[in-house]
Design a protein around this ligand. Structure first.
Ligand code: CUA
Length: 198
C-alpha cells in the first residue's frame, strides 16, 4: 500500500522547513531570555548548596555516625535512662537532647528546653525511617535507622511546640508526635537528671 502525502502547499512548506531548518535551531528571543533565567536559577540553587556544604558543614543527616538500631536500648548513648535533656551542658554551653524515635513516638514524650540557648538534638531510630520536625523552626531532619541524626536549633520564643514525624512510617504515623516546651530563660533550671522520663 502506498502512503499518499497531501500535495497541498502547506505540507510542502512544512517538509522543506524540516529539511533545512533542523540544522540550525531557531530559538525565539523571548524563549531565549526565559531559558537563561531558568538556567541561572538552577546555577544559583546548586551554588547555594555547594557553598553551604563547604562553608557551614551542611550535610545529609545520615552517613556520618552509625549505630545499631536493634540494640539502641543497650547502647552507651541511647539507653532509656540517658534520654532527654542532658544534665551536663557541652563545652560551648549548648544543651544536648537525646531522643529515640520509634513507631509511634519520640522518647521521651515530653521535653523542656530553655529559650535562646543552642540545643543540639541527637536522635536515633529504633525501627524504621522517621522524620523529626518542629514547625516554624529550623529543626527538621530525617532519622535513618542505623545512623545518628544530629541537628542544632535555637528557640527564641517560649511556648509549647509539637515535634512531628514527617516521614511516613506506618499506620500510626499521623499520631507520632511529642511535646517540646520552651521555657523562658529566667525560669529555666538546669536538669538534675537525664530529663523527664516518659
Ligand atoms: Cu514516624 Cu512517621
Amino acid at each position: 500500500m502506498r502512503i499518499r502525502f497531501p500535495d497541498k502547499q502547506w505540507f510542502r512548506e512544512k517538509m522543506a522547513g524540516l529539511g533545512g531548518g533542523m540544522s540550525r535551531l531557531e530559538i525565539d528571543e523571548l524563549e531565549r531570555k526565559w531559558l537563561s533565567v531558568s538556567l541561572a536559577m538552577i546555577g544559583l540553587f546548586v551554588g547555594a548548596i555547594v557553598v553551604t556544604a563547604v562553608s557551614q558543614g551542611v550535610h545529609p543527616p545520615s552517613h556520618v555516625e552509625t549505630i545499631d538500631s536493634a540494640s539502641l536500648h543497650l547502647s552507651q548513648e541511647f539507653a532509656e535512662d540517658k534520654l532527654g535533656v542532658q544534665p551536663t551542658p557541652l563545652a560551648d554551653g549548648s544543651l544536648q537532647v537525646r531522643l529515640v524515635a520509634g513507631r509511634y513516638g519520640f522518647y521521651p514524650r515530653e521535653i523542656e528546653v530553655p529559650a535562646g540557648r543552642r540545643i543540639v538534638f541527637r536522635m536515633a531510630s529504633m525501627d524504621v525511617l522517621h522524620g523529626a520536625h518542629i514547625p516554624m523552626t529550623n529543626m527538621s531532619t530525617m532519622i535513618v535507622p542505623g545512623y545518628v541524626s544530629e541537628v542544632v536549633s535555637v528557640f527564641p520564643k517560649p511556648g509549647e511546640y509539637p515535634m512531628l514525624c514527617n516521614e511516613y512510617c506506618g499506620l500510626g504515623h499521623d499520631h507520632m508526635w511529642s511535646k517540646v516546651t520552651v521555657i523562658a530563660q529566667e525560669n529555666w533550671r538546669e536538669p538534675a537528671t537525664g530529663g523527664k522520663q516518659p
